[in-house]
Each structure stands twice: as C-alpha cells, then as structure tokens.
Ligand binder design. Structure first.
Ligand code: 13P
Length: 251
C-alpha cells in the first residue's frame, strides 16, 4: 500500500511578511519532487499574501499552525477553523508540543479542536510525542497512545482520511538531536498498530505518519527510508528554502 509522502514546514513564529513571501515563492518555484505533498504552515498574518503570490499550479499547500475549538464568538485574539476554511486553507496543525506546553492545550481540548476543524472541512496534521523524562522512564509508547486515545480517537473512521499524524519527540525539537531512524520506526510502527486496532487495517495502512524533530537535509533520507515514516514535519530547516527543498527531495 503506498501512502502519501508529505514534507511539511512549520515556520512557527518566524519570518516577516516579505521574508515569508520570498521563502514560499522559492519553494513554489523550485525544482522538486512533485510526488511529495508540500505543505507550509505559515503564520496567520502571512496566509493571504502568500496565497496571492504563489501559483496554484506549484502545488504548495498552506496550513495554519493552530485554530480555536469554536466557530465564532467572543474569543479575543483567536482564529476559528471556519475562517481558515473560508480562506481555502486546506490544513491546520493541532496538538503541537509547543502549544501543549506554552498554551496549556490538553488532550480534551485537542479533541474539541479536532472536532471543530473537521466539521469546518479542514484537514488536520495531529501532533503527538513524548518528553525526555517520559522516554527515559520507558513510557513513550504509552504516552503517545494516551494522546491518540483521548484526542484523535474521538473521531469517526470515515473522517480519518482527513488526518495526518506527526510524531514529534519533544527532546528532538529544536535541539539538533534527532530520533534515530530505528527509534522513529519503532514509534511509527506502534502508532500504525494503534490505528489498526481502533479503525482497522485500511485506515492504518492509508494514514501518513510524519516524523518531526531536527529533520535536516542531511538526515532526512535515513529517516524517510523507514517503512512506517511517510515524511516529515520540519521546523528550523524549513526556514531555508534550499534546505527544505533538499528535504522534499529526500524520499
Ligand atoms: P525542528 O525541526 O526545528 O526541530 O522543529 C520540529 C517541529 O517542531 C516541527 O513542528
């Protein structure tokens, strides 16, 4: 079963608007493997301008980095999934460890966000992953299982086609330390088994599972070559056009 190969760049809270437009254009125009779904999770402030500047034929898709769990209302400073869908933003990232940590997003809230995003017609890149302490204690598989059970597994089997999972061990994010290909494969295989148990073999085999955590041009190949790794969610290295294109071309 061939799954979608995906390279997603998460720009986080980086780039001024002109830099963001230049970076998106560089990636859109670059010689790259068009068989790889290329997604840029850009700041909210950049979405409209980047949509105007890149050709749809370039097949670069945009993502938001978060959305609220309600569709509208008195939530100052928030962005609703309906607003994103109205702008034809196809994807939203939910459950990133930075939002779990700094914005206190827990599994229950993420279940609500998933529901709202799917109801609005967005596709979701759902992040999971353990801290260093949890890994050292040997509880990483259980921790990720709980993250899936309490959030993702609240959705219906028919909705799973709109889900991409990103496994991002927190100890590998922005640290320069990647999970070894074997560590990534172990977790991805375990996640696929959890999907199989919950939703059946078809869903398990079709759902793309991305690895995130210090993916770079020089290590992407060895990680992406693992059987259950279907691509990457890339932070720092996605801020360099050249580096990100070399990651896209690493499958
Ligand atoms: P780095 O690639 O900078 O480690 O970030 C990974 C990440 O958090 C992507 O969402």
């Amino acid at each position: 079963m061939s799954r979608k190969k995906i390279a997603a760049g998460n720009w986080k809270m980086n780039t001024q608007i002109n830099e963001g437009i230049a970076l998106a254009k560089y990636i859109a125009d670059a010689e790259r493997d068009k068989g790889v779904i290329t997604i840029l999770a850009v700041p909210f402030t950049h979405i409209y301008a980047i949509q105007k500047k890149i050709k749809s034929s370039s097949k670069v898709l945009l993502a938001a980095q978060n959305c609220h769990h309600k569709t509208s209302g008195a939530f100052t400073g928030e962005i609703s999934p309906v607003m994103l869908a109205g702008m034809k933003v196809p994807y939203v990232i939910l459950g990133h460890s930075e939002r779990r940590e700094y914005n206190y997003e827990d599994n229950a809230l993420l279940a609500l966000k998933l529901r709202a995003a799917l109801n609005s017609g967005l596709k979701v890149i759902f992040c999971c992953g353990e801290s260093l302490n949890i890994r050292k204690a040997g509880n990483h598989l259980h921790h990720v299982q709980l993250q899936l059970q309490e959030s993702l597994f609240q959705i219906e089997v028919r909705e799973m086609k709109h889900i991409t999972i990103a496994y991002e061990p927190i100890w590998a994010i922005g640290t320069g330390e990647t999970a070894s290909p074997a560590q990534a494969q172990e977790m991805h295989e375990a996640i696929r088994a959890m999907l199989k148990q919950k939703y059946g073999k078809g869903v398990a085999e079709k759902t793309s599972i991305l690895y995130g955590g210090s993916v770079k041009g020089n290590n992407a190949k060895s990680i992406f070559s693992q059987q259950d790794v279907d691509g990457g969610l890339v932070g720092g290295a996605s801020l360099s056009g050249e580096e990100f294109v070399s990651i896209i071309n690493s499958f």
